[in-house]
Write a protein that binds this ligand. Structure first.
Ligand SMILES: NC(=O)c1ccc[n+]([C@@H]2O[C@H](COP(=O)([O-])OP(=O)(O)OC[C@H]3O[C@@H](n4cnc5c(N)ncnc54)[C@H](OP(=O)(O)O)[C@@H]3O)[C@@H](O)[C@H]2O)c1
Length: 327
């Protein structure tokens, strides 16, 4: 259980960072731009003088705009496009050089997209899976040697993970594919998938849900290898993630009952990153600042291993740390 029972849906990131300020040291945040959760994470962390703060994201001008808000902090900006494996490798090398042997205490894998048409990356992989899971998978594994002992990896997932499991037999919703999905790869109907049915049968919410399930399974895979990791539902926050959606689409997709502001939207990530009570916890997924049970399809260790192997294959590199080798 998280240490502060009172922390919940209304809690702000400012409050959580203040509570655990002594634990804020070397931090790396991905997905940073104005009006994003990455910005809010950066400002909450920056208020407590991290020993170093690295911000990694896609658009240099947006990164600089956020860095300008925290001039008092030792902040470095790194360009990375998570849909591109060469870009991820270059960013991991740049960060390794930047750190000069210093360690990362918390890695926030927070960058993410939600697109509404079927797009592929340079390797022909569906864009949401490539950007939201494979890029961060490669990035994290390349940087693991720089993670401090006891350091944490926090993946920003979503309750949208309940829409779809990882579809191992049809990751990219291939329009040519004729075979039926196995029953355990079928999405859960009645959530966002129908409303956002895209062109040519592509279901963007299923693709997004799959990628957010992968974020949780990646945390399972890391924990199994002795790297402390959590996946987080940040809440529903009006950031740029919803670009392209009108109000009707938004309401339908997320069945929004309660919105969080940007500061409240990072409270759960910060509990996952900093709360000392979670050091000995076997929990995996947090929502509203407390541990919660994710879908079975997102916590199954066999599926986590299958995803790990598939991800290695797709990024073209093996990362066998040896189960529990870092404990
Ligand atoms: N907002 C919500 O209600 C909500 C709910 C559940 C989960 N989430 C998750 O929260 C995370 C943060 O999202 P947000 O709400 O803050 O959305 P956002 O405002 O769109 O921020 C996403 C960030 O990721 C960056 N990014 C996107 N594609 C990238 C790429 N290929 N390479 C590198 N960086 C990339 C964006 O950079 P550019 O702006 O430069 O493109 C932006 O800084 C995402 O993982 C999202 O799935 C959000």
């Amino acid at each position: 259980m998280a240490s502060v029972e009172q922390f919940g849906a209304e809690t702000s990131g400012t409050e959580v960072a203040g509570r655990f300020a002594k634990r804020i040291e070397g931090v790396l945040i991905t997905g940073v731009s104005p009006n994003s959760l990455g910005e809010s994470l950066a400002t909450a962390i920056a208020a407590h003088s991290p020993s170093h703060l690295i911000l990694a994201s896609r658009t240099p001008a947006k990164l600089q705009a956020v860095a300008a808000l925290i001039p008092h902090v030792n902040v470095s900006c790194v360009h990375v496009d998570f849909s591109s494996f060469p870009s991820v490798r270059a960013a991991a090398s740049a960060i390794t050089r930047l750190l000069h042997g210093r360690k990362i205490d918390v890695l926030f894998n927070n960058a993410g997209i939600n697109v509404f048409s079927r797009q592929l990356n340079a390797e022909g992989i569906e864009l949401q899976f490539a950007t939201n899971h494979l890029g961060p998978f490669l990035f994290t594994n390349l940087l693991l040697p720089l993670l401090a002992s006891g350091g944490r990896v926090v993946n920003t997932s979503s309750e949208a993970h309940r829409i779809s499991p990882v579809r191992f037999s049809d990751l990219g919703q291939d329009p040519e594919k004729k075979e039926m999905l196995p029953p355990d790869e079928e999405p859960r109907r009645g959530m966002g998938e129908g409303i956002l049915r895209g062109m040519g049968g592509y279901e963007p919410a299923v693709a997004y849900g799959q990628s957010k399930t992968a974020n949780v399974l990646f945390a399972v895979g890391l924990n199994g290898r002795g790297v402390k990791s959590f996946a987080v539902m940040p809440g529903t926050i009006r950031t740029d993630i919803v670009r392209g959606l009108d109000e009707e689409g938004l309401q339908g997709l997320l069945r929004v009952e309660k919105w969080k502001d940007l500061d409240q939207g990072v409270a759960t990530n910060l509990v996952a990153a900093l709360d000392p009570a979670l050091d000995g916890e076997r929990g995996l997924y947090l929502d509203d600042c407390q541990l919660k049970r994710p879908s079975k399809w997102a916590s199954d260790p066999e599926k986590a291993e299958r995803l790990w192997r598939l991800s290695e294959e797709l990024v073209g590199q093996k990362f066998d740390l040896g189960m529990k080798s870092r404990l």
